[in-house]
Design a protein around this ligand. Structure first.
Ligand SMILES: Nc1ccn([C@@H]2O[C@H](COP(=O)(O)O)[C@@H](O)[C@H]2O)c(=O)n1
Ligand SMILES: C[C@@]1(CO)OP(=O)(O)OP(=O)(O)OC[C@H]1O
Length: 159
């Protein structure tokens, strides 16, 4: 069994969509990035790559490459899944925490879980997505950005 950890931050700005785990969430601001800035899927992608010791999302999908401008992070995540499977890994479970003071994400969690389960091709009960505030402390608490952390465990079929 192998474990990987991912962490990412994106800035909240006006005139951008807020997309988290592939869900387009109605809110007055959205996340800024080269791609769709889905901070939760970026953290998850890094957790999966980390567990496989296969570098990180920026290594595989550089933000200097025009192809990834406005990219759908679900497409990038599915590519990460292909890359780790090609090396003989299979995904056991993943756990994501989104750190956002607002908006309230509770109602969107089931769709987020299903999106991730579909992209990872694992059962929904192997996927956890959670949200927390920081009690208005720090950059997330001031509404300047949203961060996400993720953990993934993989099995290594080469062993
Ligand atoms: N953006 C968020 C943040 C939190 N939640 C839900 O509220 C619960 C309480 O949050 P605390 O930060 O006070 O612990 C949390 O457990 C989530 O269920 C949310 O939906 N959206
Ligand atoms: C996803 C990529 C590529 O479009 O860009 P961003 O959306 O800026 O995201 P980030 O987490 O800063 O880094 C990974 C990138 O290379």
């Amino acid at each position: 069994m192998r474990t990987g950890l991912g962490y990412d931050v994106h800035r909240l700005v006006e005139d951008r969509r807020l997309i988290l785990c592939g869900v387009d969430i109605p809110y007055e601001k959205g996340l800024l990035g080269h791609s769709d800035a889905d901070v939760a899927l970026h953290a998850l992608s890094d957790a999966l790559l980390g567990a496989a010791a296969m570098r990180d999302i920026g290594y595989h999908f550089p933000d200097t490459v025009a192809e990834y401008k406005g990219a759908d992070s679900r497409v990038l995540l599915r590519r990460v899944v292909e890359l780790i499977k090609e090396q003989g890994f299979s995904i056991n479970n993943v756990d994501i925490t989104i750190i956002a003071q607002r908006p309230k994400l509770l109602d969107f969690i089931p769709v987020m879980v299903q999106n991730v389960a579909d992209d990872l091709a694992i059962p929904a009960d192997c996927v956890s997505v959670k949200a927390t505030t920081t009690e208005r402390l720090g950059f997330e608490g001031r509404g300047e950005g949203i961060s996400a952390m993720a953990v993934a465990t993989l099995s290594d079929s080469r062993l």
